[in-house]
Ligand binder design. Structure first.
Ligand SMILES: Nc1ncnc2c1ncn2[C@@H]1O[C@H](COP(=O)(O)OP(=O)(O)O)[C@@H](O)[C@H]1O
Ligand SMILES: [Mg+2]
Length: 256
């Protein structure tokens, strides 16, 4: 048996968070995300998922504990985010919105020159099924398409870690399922390390390698459960008895 020693992409140790004099929101949260791994954090509304993601991003500071982000080369890791609401620029078309992800990363020298950048944007549009909509404006495309643009924009900077906060929860069920399949394929293709927070157990099972199950008041990690099905996951897996069994197991953990 061979052992591969890699640097974890993300290590949280004993994270606690208290806002002012309120009861603690997070308590003793520890977890590790490996390079290339897709981790889901699932838990009831209000258990502190968004707060935890904000702490990982550095938008908020933990009251206790540490966050360590590392790349294998030792460079400063790039993070991208996808939120529930597509925050597209209405006066930019789809292509420009995706390219805007690169503007945000200006100065980081991700691409050598303009043609390399243009190629990268074209590839992302292709990968996310948006090529045909490149010249459309956000109000001319559906909510599902808008979220695709958000994903493409987040991937444009070639993030070391992609963070997703309830990215599909505003979409109707059919659009959501379709997008989950496509995102599973896209993420496997680009191999980005990912952290998804969601209250949707099914979504967590479908997309992730491991699931951290949270309980509330205060938010703690109750258990970390592996999902063994091969990635990328398919439509068959989405409606399989295996997925339903996993879903039920986690549902029980949350409702004990
Ligand atoms: N800036 C803040 N000030 C005070 N309380 C906050 C703040 N942000 C979040 N909270 C509280 O922290 C708890 C967890 O919120 P949140 O992280 O948004 O949960 P989730 O994303 O799991 O639904 C909630 O009770 C919320 O009211
Ligand atoms: Mg939230």
């Amino acid at each position: 048996m061979t052992t591969t020693l890699t640097t974890p992409a993300l290590t949280l140790t004993d994270i606690g968070k208290t806002f002012g004099t309120n009861a603690p929101v997070l308590d003793g949260v520890s977890l590790t995300v490996e390079q290339g791994e897709f981790l889901a954090i699932v838990g009831p509304s209000g258990c502190g998922k968004t707060t935890l993601l904000r702490i990982i991003q550095g938008l908020d500071v933990a009251t206790t504990g540490t966050v360590v982000n590392q790349t294998e080369s030792g460079s400063i890791p790039r993070m991208s985010y996808v939120f529930q609401r597509a925050s597209l620029l209405p006066w930019y078309n789809v292509r420009a919105n995706v390219a805007f992800g690169l503007t945000l990363a200006a100065g980081r020298h991700i691409y050598a020159n303009k043609s390399e950048r243009d190629n990268a944007v074209d590839e992302l549009l292709e990968l996310t099924g948006l090529s045909r909509y490149a010249s459309f404006y956000p109000d001319q495309i559906s909510g599902g398409m808008q979220q695709r643009v958000n994903v493409a924009r987040a991937l444009a900077v070639r993030p070391d870690v992609l963070l997703l906060d309830e990215p599909f929860s505003a979409l109707d069920a059919l659009t959501r399922e379709k997008l989950q399949i496509d995102v599973s394929r896209i993420l496997s293709r680009v191999g980005t390390t990912g952290v998804l927070v969601t209250h949707d157990i099914r979504e967590a099972v479908f997309l992730s390698d491991r699931i951290a199950v949270m309980t509330a008041h205060p938010g703690t990690i109750r258990e970390i459960v592996p999902v063994t099905a091969e990635r990328p996951r398919t439509e068959e897996y989405q409606h399989s008895p295996e997925l339903a069994t996993e879903e039920r197991r986690i549902w029980r953990m949350l409702h004990d």
